[in-house]
Design a protein around this ligand. Structure first.
Ligand SMILES: [Zn+2]
Length: 454
């Protein structure tokens, strides 16, 4: 008890007029506070364990909207509100089932339908498999060869890349376009190797491009199972695969972006946005993707408030809806911002996991880049070494055309694809300390942008 009182006194006494302090002292206070008294881990625990996976249009997505709204209202931010948006509503349905049949022996395989896929017929699909490792191999195949069979796209993510997102973007077409390619070749179905590294036991779901053209039921299997299936096919090329899925696309549903803000004291019309996406895939709790980014964003505002840092500009936390399978929330947000002629000075997104911070990717004008680079010495002490051009975020992307400098929070990427869109993306995979370091790094950056502009 005594310890708690001492800390409370400490933070009240040091509640500074921040303009009088050096930048390094303010940033130190931000880290000290976040690493000892932040709420982000506790809030993420609730989102994951009390609500769980929250695909757009689902009851859980609605619960997450109400929950994050109430969290921000309880913090007494200056303004908390919902922004209505219509979102796609795809549901997985009940039990999915898959196995391969080799000389009458059935070997079960964990499968998951890809987001937006159509279902198999009620009795499932059973057919021989045509395996290809890449697009070149597919191009060499005749339609006659593929027709009526199950196309198996088995390109592994390249483990030689240090930046795992590079491996993801190279192999990602399999998931995004696999069903369309299979449809063009007249296949009965498509099996996609999940976008994880080779020791991964879980199937990963994810969105597909242009589902109107993809008229075959699409599933993913884990990298481990993909290797196993490939080995079996070498021994018996005519083995058959069976799978059954029950997914369907329902009419669009009403949902919301959730927004909270602290009003700027000098330039209230200039907005610095921090955000993540509130929806998640349904296979797990959406802890890293992207409950972490949402809770870190709320924590930025809470940190300013608790430390008594009065921002000059308006700081706004946005929980975007529907990043995973439509980005309707992001489009709606940008559309309204344009209509209302809002000025977004900067938009920062955290959607690469709640892992150890490394820095921020930047997409903006040269002067803004140079200014951010000039803060390097202040941020180096906190291991934020990467401050340069790079990927930012799907939800903030549309704000670029309105002049915002975009920044993507960049954590260590090594473990991200162990959990991304799979059954493993749960709260127990999140480190409290790493999550808090991420929140603190976002707060520090927002502090500098607010003080110096861009
Ligand atoms: Zn995400």
């Amino acid at each position: 008890m005594r310890k708690i009182i001492t800390l409370a006194v400490l933070f009240t006494v040091s509640s500074f007029t921040y303009a009088q302090q050096t930048d390094s002292a303010v940033i130190r206070s931000i880290y000290d506070y976040t690493l000892t008294q932040s709420d982000c881990y506790k809030n993420l625990d609730y989102l994951c364990n009390k609500i769980g996976g929250r695909l757009s249009g689902s009851e859980n997505a609605e619960k997450a909207v109400q929950y994050t709204k109430s969290v921000m209202e309880n913090y007494d931010f200056d303004k908390v509100y919902l922004q209505e948006v219509m979102v796609p509503h795809w549901v997985r349905g009940e039990k999915e089932e898959g196995y391969f049949i080799n000389k009458k022996t059935k070997t079960p395989v964990r499968i998951c339908a890809l987001g937006g896929s159509i279902a198999t017929p009620k009795s499932g699909i059973q057919a021989q498999i045509i395996e290809v490792k890449d697009l070149d191999e597919l191009k060499k195949l005749s339609k006659e060869k593929v027709k009526g069979k199950i196309l198996f796209l088995n390109r592994p993510m390249n483990p030689k890349h240090i930046e795992t997102f590079k491996a993801y973007s190279e192999a990602g077409y399999q998931r995004r376009d696999g069903a369309r390619l299979a449809s063009r070749y007249g296949a009965a179905g498509v099996i996609v190797r999940s976008l994880g590294f080779s020791n991964d036991p879980s199937p990963h779901t994810g969105a597909m491009n242009d589902t109107t053209e993809a008229r075959v039921p699409a599933i993913a299997i884990s990298p481990i199972d993909a290797d196993k299936l490939s080995e079996e096919l070498k021994k018996n090329p005519s083995l058959e695969f069976y799978y059954k899925t029950n997914c369907q696309t329902l009419p669009d549903a009403k949902s919301y972006n959730v927004i909270g803000e602290i009003k700027g004291s000098e330039f209230p019309d200039e907005i610095i946005l921090v955000g993540g996406h509130l929806d998640s895939w349904d296979l797990a709790q959406g802890a890293h993707d992207d409950g972490a980014g949402c809770m870190q964003s709320i924590e930025v505002l809470r940190t300013f408030q608790k430390l008594g840092i009065k921002p000059k500009r308006t700081i706004r936390a946005v929980m975007f809806m529907n990043e995973e399978n439509g980005t309707k929330g992001a489009l709606k947000y940008a559309e309204e911002a344009k209509e209302k002629k809002l000025k977004h000075l900067a938009a920062i997104e955290s959607d690469a996991g709640g892992f150890t911070p490394r820095g921020f990717g930047i997409d903006g004008a040269k002067e803004a880049m140079d200014k951010i680079a000039s803060w390097k010495t202040l941020l180096d002490d906190y291991d934020l070494h990467e401050l340069g051009p790079g990927g930012t975020g799907v939800d903030i992307g549309p704000l670029k055309a309105q002049g915002a400098t975009l920044l993507g929070f960049r954590p260590d990427s090594q473990r991200y694809f162990d959990i991304h869109h799979s059954t493993a993306d749960n709260f127990d995979r999140v480190s409290k300390r790493e999550l808090e370091l991420g929140a603190a790094s976002m707060s520090a950056l927002v502090y500098l942008i607010d003080k110096y502009g861009l």
